[in-house]
Design a protein around this ligand. Structure first.
Ligand SMILES: C[S@@+](CC[C@H](N)C(=O)[O-])C[C@H]1O[C@@H](n2cnc3c(N)ncnc32)[C@H](O)[C@@H]1O
Length: 406
């Protein structure tokens, strides 16, 4: 069996080289030391800029990803997992060098000295973007964008919040609403705050109880779906919000959970089958072309839980903040607008579109809605839902309910 550090090294190198999600890499993998491995992998991703700052300034040429990962892992063990002695960190780092990058052993040895004598950078007040960037490991452009959209204090708070562990929330099948308190601390008629024991609960294992962030639930349960409606969940996989909508109408509707990615729809089908839900079917669909696939006015309501930059869910996916670029956001804004345009043609008069994202930036949220309304005078915005992550512990989400008035 490979060592826990080698396991973490492998996942990190792959994730960084291929810009892929850690949770996808970890899926189906097991190791007796998984808590340590998870802490190391997510910790390195969460604190990458702070860790790189300990040794990058001393490198005279570009550092290969493999070498970067070995040094960052060492820095994380030294500064965030304080119980590990320096000699053990060093021995493990050099073992990885011997196996994967023997040419870099001397370099890593020298960088470890720098890393061991470093201390963590802390921002010098709320206006110190460069310091905050190192303290929280957010690229400066993200912090500057937040600062201009939401102000300095919020930027500081949200960047710090994004590096804290996420909390666990769940919701129940409509048959189990009376038993909510059996699963955790009730929050509303569907939702509860859970601890990890829920993951072993028979009702969770048999898909009668589900895990979802509290703000994702607010989106799913606040769509204006009514019994017997025909609904398109246009970007629906892995099916969380289709499931919530089905629960809200006691499985009495015709909900099409569509997605561009067939492999993600396979997950939806598994969940629906195990949860015995009959009101949801799946469909492979590029939602920018929904109007070519469905006749005009086909739906009472459409949920566009759009592909987005994910800046609201960094506690769970810290790798996003390492990879995302301003150009990615510009591309996403175009795709979101194309999906909204196409879906607008498929909604009946008096029908609705709920547009939601799990990101925090006005280009993908408020401005996207303003721009949609400027192109579609047959729609009004009925409601924009504010989400307060600091008091609820939920992810950063955005939700706007649009109504077709003609
Ligand atoms: C935020 S996720 C949806 C989460 C889902 N609504 C839920 O609650 O479980 C966005 C989804 O949009 C899908 N997607 C991206 N581009 C798309 C497109 N052009 N048409 C349809 N789906 C798309 C992605 O595959 C991804 O599954």
């Amino acid at each position: 069996m490979i060592s826990s550090r080698e396991f973490a090294y492998d996942v990190l190198v792959n994730a960084i080289k291929h810009r892929s999600y850690i949770n996808l890499q970890l899926k189906g993998q097991n190791h007796p030391d998984m808590p340590f491995i998870n802490a190391l992998i997510y910790g390195v991703m969460q604190h990458s800029l702070q860790l790189q700052h300990m040794f990058h300034p001393y490198a005279t040429k570009k550092i290969d990803v493999e070498v970067d990962v070995i040094c960052m892992m060492s820095g994380y063990q030294k500064h965030y997992m304080r119980q590990i002695p320096d000699y053990a960190i060093k021995a493990e780092a050099l073992k990885l060098c011997d196996k994967y990058v023997p040419y870099a052993k001397k370099f890593v040895n020298a960088m470890l000295e720098r890393i061991f004598e470093s201390s963590l950078v802390v921002a010098n007040g709320e206006d110190d973007i460069q310091g905050l960037s190192l303290e929280t490991s957010f690229q400066p452009w993200i912090l500057k964008m937040w600062q201009s959209h939401y102000g300095t204090q919020f930027t500081h708070q949200f960047a710090t919040f994004s590096n804290t562990p996420s909390e666990l929330f769940g919701f129940v099948h409509y048959d189990l609403k009376d038993k909510l308190q059996d699963y955790g601390e009730p929050i509303d008629e569907w939702a509860f705050k859970a601890d990890k024991s829920i993951l072993q609960h028979p009702d969770f294992l048999s898909k009668k109880v589900f895990i979802a962030d509290i703000h994702a639930q607010k989106v799913g349960f606040n769509t204006p779906i009514k019994a017997n409606d025909r609904i398109l969940d246009a970007c629906g996989a892995p099916g969380g919000k289709s499931l919530m909508m089905a629960m809200k109408v006691k499985d009495q509707a015709d909900i099409i959970c569509a997605d561009i990615a067939p492999h993600r729809l396979a997950l939806v089908e598994q969940t629906l089958k195990r949860a015995n839900i009959n009101s949801v079917t799946t469909q492979v669909l590029d939602a920018t072309k929904a109007h070519e696939f469905y006749p005009p006015l086909s739906f009472d309501g459409i949920l566009v839980d759009a592909p987005c930059s994910g800046l609201g869910v960094l506690r769970r996916k810290p790798e996003i903040k390492m990879f995302i670029t301003p150009q990615d956001i510009d591309e996403l804004v175009k795709t979101q607008a194309a999906i909204l345009n196409s879906c607008a043609m498929c909604v009946k008069p008096q029908g609705w579109i709920v547009y939601s994202t799990c990101t925090l930036n006005k280009k993908e949220n408020e401005k996207q809605i303003e721009s949609f309304l400027s192109r579609h005078d047959d729609f009004i915005c009925e409601h924009i839902m504010p989400f307060d992550s600091f008091s609820s512990g939920g992810d950063g989400f955005f939700m706007a309910t649009l109504r077709k008035i003609k």
